[in-house]
Design a protein around this ligand. Structure first.
Ligand code: HXC
Ligand code: NAP
Length: 244
């Protein structure tokens, strides 16, 4: 079986790429990707750009997205605009969307990839910690979707892809905040899909399994998780040790 690539602290573009789809599948489309400066969002931006797309990648750290944009443009030859924004701050989201529209004249695709996570037992999770993850994942997804709807998608149609997770499907220890936030995003996806579908806006969720070499995977901290599951077993709590 193929071995996963070694873990790295900073994302790089693929040294080689064989197109899975027609190489010009996304030619001259524009994708807006909060969370596109690292991990899964970075790779989505790269694959989109390798299929002809221009991208806007946005996160709190302008340094991170600027470095990522340099790599993405060098590897693909397509344009990538790095912007600073916190998805929890509506004025920043609106300003970033305005700037992207000024630069490219349109946005075809929104990929909601920004998220926050850590392992913590529900019994010690602070109220603000739960709220923080809900704010980034759930409200952040609504903020960007709603702003883009108003500023462009309502009149031109578009595509929204929400990156979620399978944590909440069966329940998982130490993840009540992330599982709840992503489950809410899945529900939001279904609501927006039926409400905005008739306006030519396609809304979908994509829930990856654990992806090695990403911050999300690193934060799952396997020894701690194993210890917590052992504790559950001793207390005869079920379900036990569910795989991700
Ligand atoms: C318990 C924690 C905590 C931790 C923070 N908090 N880290 N509680 N364990 N490890 C608490 C704080 O004490 C505080 O509560 C509250 O959360 C807010 O913390 P801040 O540091 O002020 O928040 P902020 O600066 O907004 O940062 C958000 C963050 C941070 C989520 C806490 O880690 C972050 O920016 N993460 C982004 C990168 C990331 O997480 N990537 C992974 C995404 S992967 P109090 O009560 O003290 O005020 C993902 C995977 C899903 O989502 C599925 C995987 C299979
Ligand atoms: P990651 O590299 O940490 O990606 C999260 C990105 O979101 C970062 O670039 C971060 O940049 C940005 N971000 C965080 N908070 C933000 C905020 N308030 N406003 C704007 N941007 C913010 O982690 P990842 O593992 O690739 O995760 C990417 C997505 O995949 C997430 O939605 C995650 O839930 C999902 N997912 C991951 C896995 C996995 O195994 N990795 C599995 C299932 C689902 P800044 O810090 O610069 O803001």
């Amino acid at each position: 079986m193929a071995q996963p690539p070694p873990d790295v602290s900073e994302d790089e573009c693929l040294p080689e790429y064989r197109h899975l789809f027609c190489p010009d599948l996304l030619w001259d489309k524009v994708a807006f990707i909060p969370g596109g400066g690292s991990g899964i969002g970075f790779r989505i931006a790269e694959i989109f750009m390798r299929h002809g797309c221009h991208t806007v990648i946005a996160s709190r750290s302008l340094l991170r997205v600027s470095k990522a944009a340099g790599k993405l443009t060098a590897a693909t030859g397509r344009r990538c605009l790095p912007l600073s924004l916190d998805v929890r701050a509506l004025p920043a989201v609106a300003a970033a969307v305005d700037q992207a529209l000024k630069e490219f004249g349109k946005i075809d695709i929104l990929v909601n990839c920004a998220a926050g996570n850590f392992l913590c037992p529900a019994s010690t999770l602070s109220f603000n910690a739960f709220k923080t993850v809900m704010d980034i994942d759930t409200l952040g997804t609504f903020n960007t979707s709603r702003v883009l709807y108003e500023k462009f998608f309502r009149d031109h149609g578009g595509v929204i892809v929400n990156i979620t997770a399978t944590l909440g499907t069966r329940g998982q220890v130490l993840q009540v905040h992330a599982g709840s936030a992503k489950a809410a995003v899945d529900a939001m996806t279904r609501h927006l899909a039926v409400e905005w579908g008739p306006q030519n806006i396609r809304v979908n969720s994509l829930a990856p399994g654990p992806i090695s070499g990403t911050e999300g995977f690193r934060r799952l901290d396997w020894p701690l998780r194993g210890a917590a599951q052992g504790m559950c077993r001793r207390q005869k709590l079920v379900p036990l040790g569910l795989p991700l």
